[in-house]
Design a protein around this ligand. Sequence first.
Ligand code: XMP
Ligand code: MG
Length: 182
Amino acid sequence: MNSMNIHDKTFVPYISREEIEKKTALLGRQISKDYSGKRPLFLAVLNGSFVFASDLFRQITIDAEISFIKLASYQGTASTGNVVTAIGLEEQVDGRHIIIVEDIIDTGKTLHEFIPSLLQQHPASIKIAALLTKPDALKFPVQADYSGFEIPEKFVVGYGLDYDGLGRNIPGIYQLATEDTL
Ligand code: XMP
Ligand code: MG
């Protein structure tokens, strides 16, 4: 197998660019059908989702808008725990149909803490599109409404995802090598 080294670790091919392309087209068709006449606002969570968001968005065949946000975490009050807010969100969320675009949902913590702050802006609806989910790693009640691939609890890189800054430009997705995959 064509393994590759990034920093100190070895990764092996896991999901090919062709498989991702097919899945993205499928998700795009579903979303276009579900949101017909609703002009959804996609919120792509930087950095990781920039590649997926760009491919998914070009599969959308209805009127739609997209904005790129960064999520910033800070300590809230005792009752709110951690709070995650969006940086770079200039669009009015009030009354809009929001589709959050994530590269990967791992424990679900980030979105679990972000969604309450988005709800305060009274969107008409919020759904989540995630290229990857790790069901075994999930610790918070967050579910992708549009999910590309369910993967085991193993670290992956490529297609926007990084290992310590590197690997985002790899066209497919690679998985951290273990003895059984090498
Ligand atoms: P939570 O736990 O909040 O995590 O759902 C989501 C964020 O964790 C990062 N993450 C990964 N990044 N390969 C990566 O490159 C992975 O396998 C991985 N698992 C989690 C990612 O930044 C995501 O937004
Ligand atoms: Mg991310």
